[in-house]
Design a protein around this ligand. Structure first.
Ligand SMILES: [Fe+2]
Length: 241
């Protein structure tokens, strides 16, 4: 059995970045596309982003924390966090812009899921197996990875949320984060994604960074009079708040 899987995550409504990835990798070459969630918030193209996944077969997607918060707002529930005003502006702006069919799509997605390819069981999480909101960074104590690997039914854990691309093997379990397509934190604004190859039980992972037209995002943020801090964030590829 040979499978080639495209791993994406943390797109954050950055459709120009997603389009650039699409053009670069030609998605039809993949057996499957996996998205670790956070379709929405911080850039201005939530509908275009969701639409692209809605229209495709052979995709497996889960919700991220930003998507879950958007659904809470749309249900009329109180938004306890984030507290920062500029963040809340982005959440409420997104919730107002989302088309009903895209809201329905988000509502149909799980918080986590799993799949089996040949003999390989894969868990898909926004945070971790224990906590959808846990940011698991590659330099977390080895013990944390050991605990997640212990008694895990999965050979591979695919995760998002930390926005840091990595592949780490601990006690025979593969922990993979493709990084963020649309909102990098490491000072390099290029889009991040990964390719997972499984061949007769062998597991290979390759990470990529590719440029995209950041100016399209900047232009749209300005046109919609959204907080300047996000213009800067996308330009420099760093978390600023
Ligand atoms: Fe995220």
């Amino acid at each position: 059995m040979k499978k080639k899987i495209l791993l994406l995550g943390d797109i954050h409504s950055n459709y120009p970045a997603l389009k650039a990835v699409w053009k670069y990798i030609r998605p039809d070459r993949f057996d499957l596309i996996i998205n670790t969630g956070d379709f929405t918030v911080y850039s201005t193209f939530p509908n275009e982003t969701i639409q692209l996944f809605r229209e495709r077969k052979k995709t497996i997607c889960i919700l991220g924390n930003t998507d879950r918060r958007i659904l809470r707002i749309l249900k009329g529930k109180k938004l306890k966090s984030p507290k920062k005003k500029e963040k809340r502006v982005m959440y409420f702006w997104t919730s107002e812009k989302l088309l009903p069919e895209n809201v329905a799509y988000l509502k149909s997605l799980p918080k986590q899921t799993d799949l089996t390819l040949g003999s390989v069981c894969i868990g898909l999480f926004h945070g971790t197996r224990d906590d959808a909101d846990e940011e698991l960074f590659p330099d977390a104590p080895e013990d944390r990875f050991r605990k997640l690997a212990k008694n895990s039914p999965y050979k591979i854990h695919i995760m998002g949320h930390s926005h840091v691309p990595y592949h780490k093997v601990v006690d025979g379990v593969h922990f993979i984060n493709p990084g963020s397509v649309g909102r990098m934190f490491d000072g390099d604004p290029r889009a991040s994604f990964a390719i997972l190859k499984i061949s007769s039980g062998k597991i290979g992972v390759e990470h990529f960074r590719i440029p995209y037209p950041v100016k399209e995002v900047v232009k749209s943020l300005k046109k919609n009079r959204l907080p300047d801090i996000y213009t800067k964030m996308f330009q420099i590829g760093k978390k600023l708040n």
